[in-house]
Ligand binder design. Structure first.
Ligand SMILES: *[C@@H]1O[C@H](CO)[C@@H](O)[C@H](O)[C@H]1NC(C)=O
Ligand SMILES: *[C@@H]1O[C@H](CO)[C@@H](O)[C@H](O)[C@H]1NC(C)=O
Ligand SMILES: *[C@@H]1O[C@H](CO)[C@@H](O)[C@H](O)[C@H]1NC(C)=O
Ligand SMILES: *[C@@H]1O[C@H](CO)[C@@H](O)[C@H](O)[C@H]1NC(C)=O
Ligand SMILES: *[C@@H]1O[C@H](CO)[C@@H](O)[C@H](O)[C@H]1NC(C)=O
Ligand SMILES: *[C@@H]1O[C@H](CO)[C@@H](O)[C@H](O)[C@H]1NC(C)=O
Ligand SMILES: *[C@@H]1O[C@H](CO)[C@@H](O)[C@H](O)[C@H]1NC(C)=O
Ligand SMILES: *[C@@H]1O[C@H](CO)[C@@H](O)[C@H](O)[C@H]1NC(C)=O
Ligand SMILES: *[C@@H]1O[C@H](CO)[C@@H](O)[C@H](O)[C@H]1NC(C)=O
Ligand SMILES: *[C@@H]1O[C@H](CO)[C@@H](O)[C@H](O)[C@H]1NC(C)=O
Length: 450
């Protein structure tokens, strides 16, 4: 038997997978296999099943909002692959964190919770309604109801007193960021309104989406230039009437606006929303390097913080939704998704399990970064390769069975809540994980050299 170089490499990879997760984007079975490994890696950060740990929360340092984001990735994992292994813990988590008023402002998060934090839990329950995820029992709040409660409580915070409207970043005056009106809060309100509009067919939500979009455009958070670009900037301080725009761009903001426009186009068939979807799609070019997705504002400088390292996950999810809803955009989007997924897969060669994913998808192997955000982002881009094999989001008319209530969440006022103290978590475990992963990099390098 002739021993080839490829054979030796395959043997080495079977001992320690230094080549990343095997992925053939044209082979569905290969995508199932690859995403199963990455999804398992994601759930390694879930501590809610451990004794005394809160259901629905991930380990330190991942904040409550990112848990909402991660459950959205797990929901899509089930939807795109049909693998329901995690459905039980997903449903349990979504229902554990609804809070006392069933609006995702739980008392024990109110110290720090912002509009965007609430919105990311709103996104996952909205998706649960649209994917017809198993409904909660009748004595529990329903997915659509929860999404409407998130929308209604956010809309109630609309602030006409400064900047001609808009949501502040923070809900509570004691939090820093209360003086900032930003895109993630307003873009998420726009996005959820667009999805509720399409799901329910209720025109009020279209009107709200228009109002939020026009306001964002009015203060120049969204700028159009002659090249058809439509950049989405970070936000503006209330001081100075929102005239001083923070010109930072993030994938997740771009995606909120792009896919929200796609929902509105798909529902209304208004050409205006088709054009806007395309403007956000075209200006997304700045987030791609040879069709591989990256977080342009922080990735090259290796300065992405814990939150920012998960942004590509939401953008990937929003790309898939946009492809489902706007047929003309499919070719361009699928090229990006396939190329990026291939890059992400080859970055997933780190850690003691050999399939921990990195941050930089064109690095050529694992770049040494790891975390919940990296794992989510890789999972989302890989599972969204399957987006056109599955139905577009359902509506109440064609497959969605979740029951809602247009007045959800308006019975109580969030301002009644009182702040509690936050408890600090242990850092020791994180130290041990870092050490193990450090060893693993060395081991992987040794294998390659051998
Ligand atoms: C996947 O299929 C497309 C055409 O559908 C082709 O262009 C591409 O090269 C294929 N990719 C791989 C990795 O085989
Ligand atoms: C997927 O994994 C199964 C079980 O390990 C294996 O039999 C199959 O060959 C894999 N398929 C692909 C396409 O990698
Ligand atoms: C379903 O997902 C779990 C967890 O990722 C994995 O262990 C299992 O092999 C998957 N099942 C199939 C049929 O792919
Ligand atoms: C917050 O309270 C909810 C009950 O409303 C509980 O399920 C959850 O575990 C608590 N979360 C934390 C972080 O303590
Ligand atoms: C503040 O900005 C809003 C929106 O651009 C504008 O309508 C309003 O007139 C401005 N107010 C002042 C005092 O400049
Ligand atoms: C988007 O880019 C394509 C190709 O570059 C171009 O044909 C199209 O007009 C652009 N669309 C918008 C709305 O800018
Ligand atoms: C705009 O905001 C930036 C950053 O907060 C600050 O450095 C700058 O001085 C502000 N410019 C004006 C004109 O207020
Ligand atoms: C784009 O990727 C290549 C590797 O494929 C890399 O050399 C280059 O630095 C990247 N560009 C940016 C802007 O990161
Ligand atoms: C809306 O999405 C559906 C499902 O993908 C698609 O069949 C339909 O053509 C879309 N509608 C428009 C107006 O593009
Ligand atoms: C439509 O939505 C609005 C805003 O949430 C709500 O007030 C109204 O009752 C809804 N209408 C119907 C017919 O459900």
């Amino acid at each position: 038997m002739k021993i080839s170089v490829a054979w030796i490499l395959a043997l080495l990879a079977s001992f320690h997978n230094c080549a990343g997760v095997y992925l053939d984007v044209n082979n569905t079975a290969s995508i199932y296999n690859a995403t199963a490994l990455v999804a398992e890696g994601l759930l390694d950060y879930y501590t809610g099943l451990q004794y005394g740990q809160p259901i629905g929360m991930f380990s330190n340092p991942y904040y409550w909002w990112e848990a909402g984001g991660a459950w959205g990735s797990i929901l899509d994992y089930w939807w795109y692959t049909g693998n329901d292994t995690f459905n039980g813990i997903l449903k349990q988590a979504l229902l554990a964190q609804t809070g006392e008023n069933n609006d995702y402002v739980p008392l024990n998060q109110s110290v720090t919770e912002g509009n965007d934090d609430q919105a990311f839990w709103g996104l996952v329950v909205m998706a649960a309604a649209e994917r017809n995820f198993e409904n909660p029992s009748s004595d529990e709040p329903q997915w659509l109801y929860l999404a409407q409660a998130v929308f209604n409580t956010m809309a109630l915070r609309w602030d006409d007193d400064t900047c001609g409207g808009g949501l502040r970043w923070q809900i509570f005056t004691w939090n820093s960021g209360y003086d900032y009106k930003n895109t993630v809060a307003n873009g998420a309100l726009f996005h959820i309104a667009a999805r509720l509009a399409r799901y329910t067919g209720n025109q009020s939500y279209v009107d709200w989406a228009e109002k939020v979009f026009d306001w964002m455009k009015g203060i120049n958070l969204l700028t159009e230039n002659t090249g058809g670009n439509n950049f989405v900037y970070d936000g503006a301080k209330v001081e100075g009437n929102c005239s001083n725009i923070t010109r930072l761009v993030w994938t997740y903001n771009q995606g909120l606006l792009m896919s929200g426009s796609a929902y509105l186009y798909n529902m209304t068939e208004d050409e205006k929303w088709h054009t806007r979807t395309w403007e956000f799609l075209n200006s997304s070019n700045i987030f791609f390097n040879n069709s591989v997705l990256y977080e342009v504002t922080c990735q090259a400088g290796k300065t992405c913080n814990t939150d920012q390292r998960s942004f590509k996950a939401y953008y990937s999810r929003f790309l898939g939704l946009t492809a489902q809803l706007v047929p003309a955009a499919r070719e361009k989007i699928m090229d990006w998704i396939r190329t990026s997924a291939q890059g992400a897969a080859q970055s997933c060669s780190g850690g003691y399990d050999g399939h921990t994913c990195g941050q930089n998808w064109f690095y050529g192997g694992w770049d040494g970064f790891y975390g919940l955000g990296e794992q989510m982002a890789a999972l989302e881009i890989m599972q969204n390769v399957l987006c056109l094999q599955k139905p577009a989001p359902y509506t109440a008319k064609d497959g969605g069975t979740s029951i809602g209530n247009g007045a959800a969440g308006t019975e109580t006022q969030a301002s009644n809540l009182s702040p509690l103290t936050i408890t600090a978590g242990s850092r020791a475990a994180a130290g041990i994980i870092t050490a193990v992963i450090g060893l693993s990099i060395v081991a992987c390098t040794v294998w390659l050299v051998v």
